[in-house]
Design a protein around this ligand. Structure first.
Ligand code: V0D
Length: 255
């Protein structure tokens, strides 16, 4: 039995059921590239979109696990600016996922004090997708638990270039001095200006790349990769990633 399942809803301290997890050193911000949904489906002779649907169901499971152990921010890369190049039917299907996710999951997320946010650009998204996302954000605005941050229509180079242009404009207009330009100052021009940098980045499906995801923000993050496709990524994978993060932090601290 999955130790997480055994523990969930019980009164046991988490340390007793997920041994080796140091509950005093949980990463604040975990970011995930949820890769391999299409390949998971094709492997089973299913259409790629069946993998996306299965992947959506996994979002709540991992959100609950992250929330329970005290992660503050969980960023999930749901749709990149490059994903528009995919076949039209696949993009159309993906854009409907927030509409399906919303009525199914919102009550439980609210009950668990989860706050939904989005990192990305609204331009280009269909009106119905935007409405579902905005409604989810609005309904959870006052929640104080885990921030579930969907990276949606997001790309890191575009984010940095737009931020750089805005910063240069502020310098040109005298609102910012060139002398004050440093890491912190530039971070304020990014879409993630109100979030801490990720402590840990997880990518599923065996790909060992960052793929234009939070390039600036991941500068000092621990990276963890697994061959598991996103639909088969379990709470146990998640805890393994966090345990490895904690082992690395201890080694680093020991120096
Ligand atoms: C497909 C696996 C939830 C990765 C997860 C529009 C790719 C399922 C959402 C979602 C997607 C986003 C915002 C929101 C509520 C739900 C989602 C997309 C893709 C792209 F407010 N899953 N999900 N959005 N996939």
């Amino acid at each position: 039995m999955n130790p997480w399942k055994k523990w969930f809803g019980s009164k046991e301290p988490l340390e007793n059921t997920v041994p080796e997890l140091d509950t005093d050193n949980i990463p604040n911000h975990v970011a995930v590239i949820m890769d391999g949904n299409g390949r998971w489906a094709q492997k089973r002779g299913l259409p790629r979109v069946a993998g996306h649907h299965s992947g959506m169901k996994n979002v709540k499971k991992i959100t609950m696990a992250a929330n329970e152990i005290g992660v503050k921010v969980l960023t999930l890369y749901a749709f990149s600016t490059e994903n528009w190049k995919r076949p039209r039917e696949e993009v159309d299907y993906l854009m409907k996922l927030p509409l399906e996710f919303f009525p199914k999951e919102i009550d439980e997320l609210i009950q668990n004090n989860v706050q939904i946010r989005m990192t990305g650009w609204e331009e280009g998204l269909p009106e119905y997708t935007l409405k579902a996302v905005r409604d989810a954000i609005e309904l959870t605005r006052n929640n104080t638990g885990l921030i579930l941050n969907f990276a949606l229509n997001y790309g890191s180079r575009k984010e940095m270039l737009l931020g750089m242009k805005k910063m240069m404009e502020d310098i040109g207009q005298g609102r910012l001095s060139m002398n004050d330009v440093d890491d912190q100052a530039f971070s304020r021009y990014l879409l993630t200006s109100d979030l801490p940098d990720p402590d840990l980045m997880i990518r599923t499906s065996g790909e060992l790349r960052i793929s234009n995801f939070m390039l600036w923000q991941l500068a000092y993050s621990e990276l963890w990769f697994t061959d598991a496709f996103w639909p088969e990524f379990t709470e146990n994978h998640f805890f393994e990633a966090i345990k490895e993060y904690q082992r690395r932090a201890r080694r680093y601290g020991g120096l």
